[in-house]
Design a binder for this molecule. Structure first.
Ligand code: NAP
Length: 276
């Protein structure tokens, strides 16, 4: 019998996850299928009970349920607990275990796609929302020299730095970060500024950007934001959000099946779909 996997979210219909996972199951000859499950916020508990009752082998969890699923799980791993959000659930013989592969996926994508070692690097994280949280706590587990946070609402950046309890971080307003841009080796945009349909928005000015800096934007719609294009035009090495999407999926796939999928194959499928 086929194992069932899927995505719990609301809405889910534009998700690229079925494309990646179903291809990877077929590639390894694993009899399994990944489905989309549209779950209303008030039905999260019932949906998790359904995963248990129906023996669904594993699910991803997306907006707006990443926090809401936690009370219904048997166990949540340390990293997911720390950020307070789960994006992957493994059904281990009836025991539901929650993980978060977003931040670790991002860091792996950054290291592999951009061929950078984070040891000793000075990193600026722009944004302090859900995406930033996972990335920030994953960056804290690297040997980066500095991991500073700038956000439009500075208090949110301050809160995240306090939660991190790590002497390597400071927080700034966006205006302050603009002035300090030349201090960083890696600059990461985790805000939604520039995301479709508000494609002309930019998180901060790149006037002081140094050529050679790695500039990463976790947005993948549009494929390359106006801000990322400008960074590249100023001599930066640029990365878009496709890598994070693919690697968080690859890490989930590995947790479910024990197999590390072909990430380049996954990436190509996603890129082809996004370019359609
Ligand atoms: P979120 O929790 O709503 O946080 C949004 C963040 O963006 C906040 O820090 C917010 O600042 C900031 N922001 C919004 N508009 C801004 C503007 N005009 N100028 C400056 N800052 C602005 O959202 P999220 O879940 O973290 O998602 C953020 C982005 O990441 C989205 O575009 C999403 O598609 C993308 N994302 C990509 C992946 C991937 O796999 N590649 C994964 C997750 C998220 P305030 O705190 O001041 O409001």
């Amino acid at each position: 019998m086929e194992n069932v996997y899927g995505l719990l979210g609301f809405p889910v219909k534009h998700s690229l996850s079925p494309l990646m996972h179903n291809d990877a199951f077929a590639y390894f000859g694993i009899p399994a299928r990944y489905h989309l499950f549209s779950v209303k916020p008030e039905q999260v508990g019932e949906a998790i009970a359904g995963v248990r009752a129906l023996g669904i082998a594993g699910v991803n969890v997306t907006i707006p349920h990443k926090m809401a699923v936690i009370p219904f799980l048997d166990e949540v791993d340390e990293h997911a607990q720390r950020i307070g959000a789960v994006n992957t659930i493994v059904n281990d013989n009836g025991r539901l275990v929650g993980y978060n592969t977003d931040g670790p996926g991002y860091v792996k994508a950054l290291e592999e796609e951009m061929d950078v070692h984070l040891d000793g690097k000075r990193i600026l994280l722009i944004g302090a929302g859900g995406g930033a949280r996972g990335i920030y706590f994953s960056l804290l587990s690297t040997a980066a020299e500095r991991i500073d946070i700038a956000n439009r609402t500075t208090e949110k950046a301050a809160r995240l730095v306090r939660e991190g309890e790590d002497g390597r971080s400071a927080f700034f307003s966006l205006a302050e970060a603009e002035k300090r841009l030349a201090e960083y080796d890696i600059i990461i945009n985790t805000t939604s500024a520039g995301m479709h349909p508000l494609v002309n928005e930019q998180p901060l000015s790149l006037e002081r950007l140094q050529p050679g800096t790695v500039v990463s934007d976790i947005i993948y719609n549009p494929f390359e934001t106006k801000w990322l294009k400008e960074a590249k035009a100023r001599g930066a090495r640029g990365q878009n959000g496709v890598g994070m999407l693919v690697y968080q999926g690859a890490l989930a796939f590995e947790k479910w099946t024990g197999q590390w999928p072909d990430v380049n194959r996954m990436k190509q499928l996603v890129i082809d779909q996004l370019r359609r």
